[in-house]
Design a protein around this ligand. Structure first.
Ligand code: CA
Length: 223
């Protein structure tokens, strides 16, 4: 899952990025509204954390522009405490949730998890597909109750596929959602990478759909 953080306070920006990285997400960061708007307009994010008080272009204008341009990714806004009118303006501009500053990082992470799973149509932070279980809260993966040790990139692959289970995910889509903007993207390496993850989870859950991509599906596994 790939997340954009738009926050002009360098300390808060760094703290959020590092907490998201630790939680298994890949993160791009912007420090003003214009840069944030550009990234959200050109890169496919699974979720955005958007401060409202931003230089160059304010957060509400950024959000309005994205929605006008047709971008539907879930957006969590950061607002100053007691500024109820900011929250109203943010929701009216298309925000999905908010956190007031100062905040506890755990709350931001919990709200991000909720937005991601709701956006993909899941009701809890524990996602299951056949014998595969992904706990997005602890970033732990088990198969038939057995813990699987994964690198952070491998975890991102499984987390992305299980959020979007039962539909075909193309190689390009995977590359766009697993790596940040600076990564040298090569969709050929995805094939090798998926093969490695398949071996680790030891089941046929990740199906190759020839010419289209991959599908994680627990519906027809017999074991
Ligand atoms: Ca600010």
């Amino acid at each position: 899952m790939r997340i954009l953080v738009v926050e002009d306070d360098p300390d808060i920006n760094r703290q959020i990025v590092s907490a998201l990285n630790d939680a298994g997400y890949v993160v791009d960061a912007a420090s003003d509204g214009e840069e944030g708007h550009f990234l959200g307009d050109t890169e496919p994010y699974d979720c955005v954390i958007l401060d409202l008080g931003l230089p160059v272009m304010d957060g509400v204008s950024v959000l309005e522009a994205w929605r006008r341009e047709g971008h539907k990714m879930p957006v969590l806004i950061l607002t100053a405490r007691d500024r109820w009118s900011d929250k109203v303006a943010g929701f009216d501009a298309g925000a999905d949730d908010y956190v007031s500053k100062p905040f506890h990082m755990e709350e931001v992470l919990a709200r991000v998890r909720a937005l991601l799973r709701r956006n993909a149509g899941h009701a809890t932070s524990e996602l299951a597909c056949g014998m595969l279980m992904v706990d997005t809260k602890s970033a732990k993966v088990t198969v038939d109750g057995r813990a699987i040790k994964l690198t952070s990139l491998e975890y991102r692959l499984i987390a992305y596929l299980i959020h979007h289970q039962d539909r075909v995910v193309s190689r390009t889509e995977l590359v766009e959602h697993l790596y940040d903007q600076d990564f040298d993207r090569d969709s050929n390496t995805i094939e090798v990478f998926v093969g490695r993850v398949r071996k680790k989870i030891g089941t046929d859950l990740i199906e190759t759909v020839r010419g289209l991509g991959y599908r994680l599906s627990g519906s027809d596994e017999g074991a």
